[in-house]
Design a protein around this ligand. Structure first.
Ligand code: GLN
Length: 256
């Protein structure tokens, strides 16, 4: 009998230890920190870009500061924007960023954090192009779009209405080139990104007309499966806003 009791006590201890071990990992206790893989766009300044072999930008600084605040670690993985949500669905990423707009369509496959940046789309043409001032001037023209983006969706949705065609590429640099080299007449890009690109590099592009829409960037996680992580992202973001760190990060990249 004694032996059975001893065995039972040992078993309970073992189970308790095992439970403890796994919860430590999940809560970040005991210095065992969870490492979350964060998918970002290949290059999308001022949100993400590489400088001296290091990832920089608003998204990068924000997620690193949130991770520090909430006691987890991150590993940045840069990829074509169109690959971020599919990679998350395949379980290869925990968090999706990349200047990702919160949309109802995406909400069917991912859960979004609270919004962290206001954006929206602009129509862009070659510098000095006096013929295209709005979507109405796009009849018979070619519009460059970037795979998987809200800009691509907008362009496809309005194609028949305005009578243009689209050419699809996978990153913003290629999209800008399509217009600079004359393969396309216009492109659609998020206005904070195109304004930053025009202001900081000598791109032969200009924004025309009114903004096409307005939206907000959010961090995304796998739908319905990452409530704990989502809470950390929201708590971290709120804490950065409260402490002034959020403004500091925005100022660092958008200051002048
Ligand atoms: N904000 C846009 C979107 O969510 C574009 C993002 C991007 O090109 N990285 O689709």
């Amino acid at each position: 009998m004694k032996k059975i009791i001893l065995f039972a006590v040992m078993l309970i201890c073992l189970l308790a230890l095992a439970a403890c071990g796994s919860s430590d990992k999940a809560t970040g206790g005991n210095n065992v920190k969870e490492v979350y893989k964060v998918g970002v766009d290949t290059t999308y300044p001022p949100f993400e870009f590489q400088e001296d072999g290091k990832y920089k930008g608003i998204d990068i600084d924000l997620i690193q500061a949130i991770a520090k605040d909430q006691g987890f670690k991150v590993k940045i993985e840069a990829m074509d924007f169109g690959g971020i949500i599919p990679s998350m669905q395949a379980g290869e990423l925990d968090i999706g960023m990349g200047g990702m707009s919160i949309t109802d369509e995406r909400k069917e496959t991912v859960d979004f954090s609270d919004p962290y940046f206001e954006a929206g789309l602009s129509l862009v043409v070659a510098k000095g192009n006096g013929k295209i001032a709005s979507l109405k001037d796009l009849k018979g023209k070619m519009v460059a779009i970037k795979n998987g983006t809200t800009g691509a969706k907008f362009a496809e949705d309005h194609k028949d209405e305005y009578g243009y065609d689209t050419i699809q590429v996978s990153d913003s640099t290629s999209m800008f080139q399509e217009v600079s080299n004359g393969s396309a007449d216009a492109l659609i890009e998020d206005y904070p990104v195109i304004s930053y690109a025009i202001a900081t590099s000598n791109l032969d592009l200009q924004v025309v007309g009114d903004r096409l829409n307005g939206d907000n960037y959010g961090m995304s996680v796998m739908k319905g499966k990452q409530d704990e992580l989502l809470k950390k992202l929201n708590d971290g973001l709120a804490s950065l806003k409260e402490s002034g760190k959020y403004d500091e990060i925005l100022d660092k990249y958008l200051g002048e």
